[in-house]
Design a binder for this molecule. Structure first.
Ligand code: C5P
Length: 223
């Protein structure tokens, strides 16, 4: 089976997760949500009563993360010490702490190693995150960077949260989206930015299906 590694990066609310998962299903490949891994590390830190800004304590707490993450598109469950935390890692409390935890280079080194191992199996793999094309898989066969205006991303996130039964206020979500983008793109370690050779797609005025069609075409063109 030829190797086809697809890197999908971009900020929150671009439809990245849905698109990456659906693309993997379409192509019969594996799917890895790397943001979920940073969220699990953050949950572990918060449960230990540690301030996400306290880098030394964050490193100590997340060094041996008993995390399991599935790569079957559509049925991935995320476990922390055997407990299914797939829903808890999406709460506003975890979202508010994740940028600080993911800015710690030691945390990144640990998770990037795991991501590369999970992506090394051969066949088609779709990895989704912030630094896949720049750091995790710099020689991926396909690199895409998704963007959209902050207002559109906040609206999508608000709808997504409400659909999942979480309280969401548009203005608060917008402020959180802007703040998380700022932190993720200005940090020293692996800041959020498109790889030089990434194809940038602005999804503001596109439906998910329209973006998906473009991704499928790009993936098939890479064979
Ligand atoms: O994609 P998601 O919104 O779940 O990502 C949560 C956070 O994890 C991001 O805001 C970012 O701080 C961090 N992250 C990262 N590198 C990745 C994926 C996510 O730093 N590859």
């Amino acid at each position: 089976v030829p190797r086809r590694r697809i890197a999908i990066d971009g900020p929150a609310g671009t439809g990245k997760s849905t698109l990456a998962r659906t693309l993997a299903e379409r192509l019969g490949g594996a799917y890895l949500d790397t943001g979920a891994m940073y969220r699990v590390a953050t949950l572990q830190v918060l449960r230990a009563g540690i301030d996400p800004e306290d880098a030394a304590a964050v490193i100590a707490t997340s060094a041996d993360l008993p995390m399991e993450i599935g790569t079957d598109a559509g049925s991935e469950r995320i476990l922390l010490a055997g407990e299914d935390v797939s829903d808890e890692i999406r709460t506003a409390r975890v979202t508010a702490g994740v940028s600080a935890v993911s800015a710690v280079p030691e945390v990144r080194a640990n998770l990037v190693g795991l991501q590369r191992r999970l992506a090394s199996g051969g066949g088609t793999v779709v990895l989704e995150g912030r630094d896949i094309g720049t750091v995790v898989l710099p020689d991926a066969e396909v690199k895409v960077y998704l963007t959209a205006s902050p207002e559109i991303r906040a609206r999508r996130r608000t709808e997504q949260d409400r659909a999942a039964g979480r309280d969401a206020d548009y203005d608060e979500v917008l402020a959180a989206v802007i703040e998380r983008d700022r932190k993720d793109s200005t940090r020293a370690a692996s800041p959020l930015r498109p790889a030089e050779d990434a194809i940038v797609i602005d999804t503001s005025d596109l439906t998910l299906d329209e973006v998906l069609d473009r991704l499928v075409a790009l993936a098939e063109g890479a064979d």
